[in-house]
Write a protein that binds this ligand. Structure first.
Ligand SMILES: O=C(CO)COP(=O)(O)O
Length: 290
């Protein structure tokens, strides 16, 4: 069974209500491939989850960026898995390196969170990845294996997990892993799953890449055999001017624009604005055509 391409947009701690509405309406207007080719999930901050869920097109889904490790209660500032389920939020990102490093979330704590969220019926984007220091000391695989083991120790059913490999040195730095670097770790992770969670889990679990993915580098990365999609940070909030009017039609288009303008009709727009995220979603075609 093929692994459906998966593209997640992690908006992190960004945006106002107005900005969020604007990006959602641009996503809603964009033409993208059907749901059977690519699964798309956007992850706004908690406070915007109900707003985004209510406005977002039905073929895209919503993820929270975190949830509490257990049932809710006297845990000030936390949000429980039950609350997300109650709001109808299907996905949650857990173990992001920003939480591992800035908030000291250990492998075990992340593993407990993942197991609990799954037990409540949430689907999980589980993040792993090494720091620059760990890569340079040659321990990349040991680090991501230990992070993945903490999940495997607590979870037997991987059907609702997407594993996100996000090297810390590539996050928000503009320093993307080369396609070969990404493929190497994805391939090793799949082997690890094969040996420790079974052939079926290894064959079906999507392993996605995150770290400075953008509209320009996504296709080459998507072409790697063990790369099943992306988790996108900065570029999931960027808007680009739509550049590619097909050349045969651009002259005609420009003439119509000028005619409409000279007749004082509201002219056809000359520029289109589109979220860069849409280009990244479209990189799924690389797999479809493979
Ligand atoms: O952390 C990320 C996604 O979760 C990646 O962030 P950037 O795409 O901004 O590097």
């Amino acid at each position: 069974m093929g692994r459906k391409f998966f593209v997640g947009g992690n908006w992190k701690c960004n945006g106002t209500g107005e900005e969020v509405k604007k990006i959602v309406s641009m996503l809603n207007e964009a033409e993208v491939h059907s749901e059977d080719v690519v699964e798309v999930v956007v992850s706004p901050p908690y406070v915007f989850l109900p707003l985004v869920k209510s406005l977002l097109r039905p073929d895209f889904h919503v993820a929270a960026q975190n949830c509490w490790v257990n049932k809710g209660g006297a845990f000030t500032g936390e949000v429980s898995a039950e609350m997300l389920v109650n709001l109808g939020i299907p996905w949650v990102i857990l173990g992001h390196s920003e939480r591992r490093l800035l908030l000291n979330e250990s492998n075990e704590f992340v593993g407990d969170k993942i197991a609990y969220a799954l037990s409540r019926g949430l689907k999980v984007i589980a993040c792993v990845g090494e720091t620059l220091e760990q890569r340079e000391s040659g321990s990349t695989m040991a680090v991501v294996a230990a992070q993945t083991k903490a999940i495997a120790d607590r979870v037997s059913n991987w059907a609702n997990i997407v594993l996100a490999y996000e090297p810390v040195w590539a996050i928000g730095t503009g320093k993307v892993a080369t396609p070969a670097q990404a493929q190497e770790v994805h391939c090793e992770l799949r082997k690890w799953l094969q040996e420790n969670a079974g052939a079926e889990v290894a064959a079906t679990t999507r392993i996605i890449y995150g770290g400075s993915v953008n509209g320009a580098n996504c296709k080459e990365l998507a072409a790697q055999p063990d790369l099943d999609g992306f988790l996108v940070g900065g570029a999931s909030l960027k808007v680009v001017i739509f550049r590619s009017l097909p050349s045969y039609s651009s002259l005609l288009y420009l003439s119509l624009h000028l005619v409409a303008e000279s007749l004082s009709l509201s002219p056809f727009p000359l520029f289109f604005y589109q979220p860069e995220f849409i280009d990244i979603i479209k990189s799924a075609t690389v797999k479809k055509n493979a």
